[in-house]
Design a protein. Structure first.
Length: 286
């Protein structure tokens, strides 16, 4: 039977992959709410393309989504609460966005955009590009002590994860310091124009999984038009946030993404209408 399999190889998991697998285990059993969304990014993609035509610079689309996420969380901070023991919750005032950044050589590393709620889209974009251009550190963005624990051999790794999971439940700042209060991961680069959602296990109370962008017919201002729709997965910890505030947060996030002038052009005079999500309220900019 084995002869029918043909040739094959056995290779070692890279240290970075081993550390990431163990990090995802820290989330443990969770009561997760998952929202599968299609968000109209036609205007955002057009504005980014116009900027590239004028300046030759390609703005980070992930950076734009992070700017929208940080602003939405700033207005709904309950979505980034963490349990502390059995009777208390930790509410963070600032939004620290964890993400994975791919360097030119294909190396992935973790990075946290600290206090993203106090940064504009341009600042976030510049930070992402700077990290991409720098040589990746040996720890791949993880604190040294944390990476060493995540790379312990079995069975020490299993024991260490149980101890660390218990410590995180008592003091969530342990994990938040290395992964952020919220997390964004993108699988859209593999979509090739096809829609699709991703679901993953990440030890944060809120995460976005950015899927593919595809062109589909959609109703816009009463007309059927060809629009660019982003498949976006929102995952929230149901232990710390209820359905109603989670829905308000998601609605606001969609508004910010579908009305992107505030972030891309700095048009702060544009007011978002909570009764008309995904629509401009003021007249077109001159």
């Amino acid at each position: 039977m084995r002869n029918e399999l043909g040739t094959y190889r056995v290779v070692d998991l890279t240290p970075g992959r081993r550390a990431w697998l163990n990090t995802m285990d820290l989330g443990g059993p969770a009561h997760t709410m998952v929202g599968l969304l299609e968000v109209d990014v036609t205007v955002a993609k057009r504005l980014i393309a116009e900027h590239r035509t004028r300046t030759g610079e390609t703005l980070s689309f992930t950076g734009f989504l992070i700017a929208c996420l940080a602003r939405a969380v700033e207005e709904n901070k309950d979505v980034q609460m963490y349990r502390k023991g059995r009777k208390r919750l930790v509410v963070f005032d600032d939004v620290h966005v964890g993400m994975l950044i791919e360097h030119a050589g294909g190396t992935l590393m973790g990075h946290v955009i600290h206090r993203a709620n106090h940064k504009g889209y341009r600042e976030i974009h510049d930070e992402i590009r700077r990290v991409q251009d720098e040589p990746p550190p040996a720890t791949r963005g993880m604190p040294g002590w944390f990476r060493r624990i995540m790379l312990l051999p079995w069975p020490l790794a299993s024991v260490a994860k149980r101890v660390l999971r218990a410590a995180v439940r008592r003091d969530p700042t342990i994990i938040v310091g290395s992964s952020g209060t919220v997390f964004v991961t993108s699988v859209g680069m593999f979509g090739g124009g096809h829609s699709g959602w991703g679901i993953t296990s990440i030890p944060t109370s809120l995460s976005l999984v950015v899927g593919g962008i595809s062109e589909k017919p959609a109703v816009s201002d009463g007309r059927i038009e060809r629009r660019e729709l982003l498949s976006l997965t929102v995952q929230l910890d149901h232990d710390v946030v209820d359905g109603a505030p989670a829905t308000r947060f998601i609605r606001r996030l969609v508004e910010l993404i579908e009305q992107p002038e505030w972030a891309i052009t700095g048009a702060e005079e544009i007011v978002l209408d909570p009764d008309r999500p995904g629509r401009r309220v003021l007249e077109e900019l001159q």
